[in-house]
Design a protein around this ligand. Structure first.
Ligand code: 1HE
Length: 264
């Protein structure tokens, strides 16, 4: 186990390539200041080339993330172009996550709001516990989402729900949040433990396969159906003929590989 400490994040890496990245500013409810975004960019730019097989994105304290650091934003009194550049850095960080090719599993608790939801929606899998709640309070603050919510949260919940969340500040939690697609897992116990289990499961896949899953699907969403079908064929050409897959195919052919069965 090795660890790396940024000012606002901690990173722990085990020998299996499972990384735990923890937002570490609980006294400010893990609000995202400009410095944290730079740290996320640095971390997620390098992770795919540093042997990360799966990453759990967690947060210290009772709340996952309170979104944009509103106090910093207030104190900086930014000009439009300053905040545009801030948003572009958020996009840089979140695109590195979504398109980086390493599975990212977000372990959520408490508030996942505003930019915190934008961060969580850049992960590939979201796991919530019973305390988790989601909202976009920007509307009530006189603001607008700037970290990709119009794209990623809309993808998750659909346009009408997204607009409702933005207009009314509606809070989703529990089964309802699961039903509308804000997360894929709702657990009784610790979202962190469940996320670790999922991370280990995904890390058992071949890295090239995970790379394709955690980058190609997102890229293909941005393409026409015709181009996406072409890109899918090219990606499958590379992934499905990788040498490392031979062993798994061999095992299937020899009937030693696990079969796909319904849940008990
Ligand atoms: C913060 C922030 C923040 C807390 N920026 N400092 N996001 C929001 O509108 C959410 C705003 N935050 C909250 O509603 C609440 O803080 C929570 C529900 C998340 C947590 O409540 P609670 O009672 O546990 O904490 P608190 O007493 O409100 O805050 C504790 C400290 O965290 C306090 O600092 P302190 O120095 O006075 O102790 C708060 O100021 C600080 N804090 N949230 C800065 N967000 C790219 S565009 C994205 C647009 C957005 O994300 S808009 C932000 C939406």
């Amino acid at each position: 186990m090795t660890s790396q400490t940024f000012k606002n994040l901690t990173v722990e890496k085990d020998e299996d390539g499972i990384w735990v990245v923890t937002l570490n500013r609980p006294e400010k409810r893990n609000a995202l200041n400009a410095e944290t975004i730079e740290e996320l960019i640095e971390l997620f730019s390098k992770a795919p080339r540093q042997g990360a097989r799966a990453i759990v994105l967690a947060a210290k304290g009772d709340h996952f993330c309170a979104g944009l650091d509103l106090v910093e934003h207030h104190d900086e009194d930014r000009r439009p172009e300053d905040f545009m550049h801030i948003c572009l850095r958020w996009h840089e960080a979140f695109n590195k996550m979504e398109y980086g090719g390493v599975p990212i599993i977000a372990a959520l608790q408490g508030a996942v709001v505003g930019g915190g939801l934008e961060l969580a929606s850049s992960a590939h899998i979201r796991v919530a516990d019973q305390s988790t709640y989601f909202a976009l309070p920007e509307g009530q603050r006189g603001l607008f989402t700037g970290g990709g919510a119009t794209i990623r949260v809309t993808d998750l919940v659909g346009k009408s729900r997204m607009i409702d969340m933005m207009l009314t500040g509606r809070v989703y939690q529990g089964q309802e949040a699961l039903d509308v697609g804000l997360m894929q897992y709702l657990v009784e116990g610790s979202s962190f433990d469940a996320a670790m289990e999922i991370a280990r499961k995904t890390a058992a896949n071949l890295p090239l396969t995970n790379f394709a899953i955690c980058s190609a699907v997102s890229h293909m969403q941005n393409m026409s159906a015709l181009d996406a079908a072409y890109a899918e064929a090219v990606v499958a050409g590379v992934v499905n003929t990788q040498q490392a897959a031979r062993e798994r195919l061999d095992a299937f052919a020899k009937k030693t590989a696990a079969r796909v069965r319904p849940n008990e």
